[in-house]
Design a protein around this ligand. Structure first.
Ligand code: NAD
Ligand code: GLY
Length: 356
């Protein structure tokens, strides 16, 4: 098992990455000294696959886990289901020494994480991510929250977990489309932070798509390491952490204009990354080779590269302007200077769509 540390002083924590390491959850949790009574928050799909081994390892280590199960789907990442989780935690008698284990993808991780951040003013949280996106991104760095009818992730808190345990074997049951969508964030990580990782993806993509075990552990571990460095540098996104938004400005606009029904998040981000590279090239920040390498790799993953032709440029600009990260019609846009190198540029939303 590989261990990556997120260096955050008294909130520092390890990320365990391995193949078949789910059974270590109980012993690892026991090391944190948490109380017997605790809760596993998960959804119906993940429960049917992994609840049994997870409760086995927890009970084996002396815990008495209550199970809180929410329905599958982003539409349940809201205040009503958060209240449901609080009710179950109270019913189960989880107290301040107890903990919440978030078992699932980013939806479960964000909702259960926010519950842990706020229940009894905060109890311990352990992230057990089961999607590729959650293993390399959402489980790390402490962003938790739920959606509001007015927008995604409008309500939330920073809550760093006690540890993250990512078992890449869990990715075998992931629908292919979800796995590939998660790969978009892997490509993003290489594109913005690590030319060597990017080159590895270019060279080994067929094996990564096949989920060759050792390679997958290596790739997930490297992505976790890079995200951990970003989070350690800027925990609450005062500045640098916004580098992770590469491709997301346009990606979010596309998701919102298509009512979150046409594209998975990673697919929209894939289009957004290629567009952001093109914007960077037009502004003279990177060369054509950089754009070509990125768009070729995205395409080889089986991800889309082009903005759907029926999406009007004006509508995209408007959607970007209403993004919660926009300020007075402009955005701190993440541009590529080359593979593995970025710069921030404040750009008007109209300007961005003109360059796409
Ligand atoms: P998800 O949690 O909806 O999971 C995708 C699908 O895969 C779901 O149907 C889920 O039930 C299923 N699933 C999960 N693990 C499985 C497994 N091992 N085998 C089979 N099926 C499995 O989606 P996601 O892409 O993991 O996360 C998206 C969410 O993450 C969004 O709500 C987004 O806002 C959030 N997010 C948060 C952060 C953060 O920093 N907190 C970062 C990025 C995204
Ligand atoms: N996923 C973006 C962040 O964690 O900041």
């Amino acid at each position: 098992m590989e261990i990556v540390n997120v260096e955050l002083g008294d909130r520092a924590y390890p990320i365990y990455v391995g193949a078949g390491c789910l059974e270590d959850l109980g012993p690892r949790l026991a090391q944190t000294g948490g109380e017997k009574r605790m809760a596993v928050v998960t959804n119906s799909t993940v429960a049917s696959l992994y609840l049994e081994p997870v409760t086995r390892t927890l009970t084996g280590a002396g815990f008495d886990p209550a199970v809180v199960q929410i329905p599958d789907g982003e539409e349940h990442k809201n205040l009503a289901w958060l209240a449901f989780v609080y009710d179950r935690l109270i019913d189960a008698g989880v107290d301040r020494g107890g903990s919440v284990v978030a078992l699932g993808g980013g939806v479960v991780g964000d909702l259960a994480g926010f519950a842990a951040a706020t229940y009894l003013r905060g109890i311990d949280l352990v992230q057990v991510p089961t999607t590729l996106l959650a293993q390399i991104d959402s489980s790390i760095g402490g962003k938790t929250g739920v959606n509001h009818p007015a927008g995604k992730n409008l309500l939330g808190a920073f809550k760093q977990p006690r540890f993250v345990l990512a078992d890449v074997e869990c990715l075998r049951t992931l629908p292919r489309r979800e796995y590939v969508a998660g790969l978009a964030e892997v490509v993003k990580t290489g594109a913005i932070l690590d030319a060597e990782l990017f080159a590895l993806l270019e060279a080994e993509l067929p094996d990564i798509l096949r989920q060759e075990r050792d390679l997958l552990v290596r790739v997930v571990r490297r992505c976790c390491q890079l995200k951990a460095l970003v989070v350690a540098e800027d925990e609450t996104e005062g500045g640098y952490r916004a580098i992770l938004n590469f491709g997301h400005t346009l990606g979010h606009a596309i998701e919102s204009l298509t009512d979150y029904t046409t594209f998975l998040h990673g697919e929209a981000v894939a289009i957004g990354m290629v567009a952001a590279a093109r914007v960077s090239q037009q502004l003279g920040f990177c060369d054509a080779t950089t754009v070509r390498r990125l768009s070729t790799l995205v395409d080889r993953c089986g991800l889309p590269t082009e903005v759907p032709s029926d999406l009007e440029r004006e509508a995209l600009a408007l959607a970007m302007r209403t993004d919660k990260k926009a300020l007075g019609g402009s955005i701190k846009f993440v541009c590529l200077e080359g593979i593995g190198r970025t710069r921030f540029e404040r750009l008007g939303c109209d300007e961005i769509v003109r360059y796409i």
